[in-house]
Design a protein. Structure first.
Length: 192
């Protein structure tokens, strides 16, 4: 898995050997960032359920000003820190000014504590959360909509999940994925 575009293009990202991490594929990230194009430049990004940091680091490589990663698994955070260091070194940027890593459960974090406005949110939780924690997922999506009403959000979710009018984010652009059974859906959303 590598950064697919921008100044850090080609930098390999580490992936934890065990756990629930399911990094966004190169193909998916290329499609998403092809759609976002230069709009990502000079923005602040939130990578929620960050895992390896693939979404946020792709944004950084393509010109985002700052990325805040939220990831609770300490083993994964270690891999994320290494990935941030590699990408920042390639970009000749100080890690401390380019990224923030918050090691906390996203369901219990007060996002209003962030010290800068967020322009884009990447939301890619483990797929099982969509079914097992549906009330908590809805609550988190509502909270993010209230705190960041002007943000746009890229959400990756399982293809069998049915998007509901209760969710406070409306699709504005479907991001094509490979036409295979049970392939994740990706959409760019804005607050309803």
């Amino acid at each position: 898995m590598r950064i697919t575009g921008g100044l850090a293009r080609g930098i390999a990202l580490d992936v934890p050997k065990k756990g629930e991490v399911r990094p966004a594929t190169d193909f998916v990230r290329e499609r998403i960032f092809g759609r976002l194009a230069t709009a990502i430049q000079n923005t602040n990004v939130l990578d929620c359920f960050a895992g390896t940091g693939a979404y946020g680091l792709e944004a950084l490589s393509r010109g985002a000003q700052h990325v805040c990663f939220v990831e609770k698994d300490l083993r994964v955070v270690s891999v994320l820190r290494n990935n941030c260091a590699k990408v920042c070194k390639s970009l000749q940027r100080e890690v401390s000014s380019a990224v923030s890593i918050i090691s906390v459960d996203a369901f219990h974090f007060d996002f209003s504590r962030l010290e800068f406005p967020i322009n884009y949110i990447f939301f890619d939780p483990p797929y099982r959360f969509w079914e097992e924690c549906s009330a908590a997922m809805l609550n988190l999506l509502e909270k993010l909509a209230q705190i960041f009403p002007k943000s746009q959000m890229v959400i990756e979710y399982p293809s069998q999940f049915i998007w509901s009018e209760q969710i406070p984010w409306e699709p504005i652009y479907p991001i094509p994925s490979r036409k295979k059974k049970n392939v994740p859906e990706n959409n760019l959303f804005r607050k309803r």
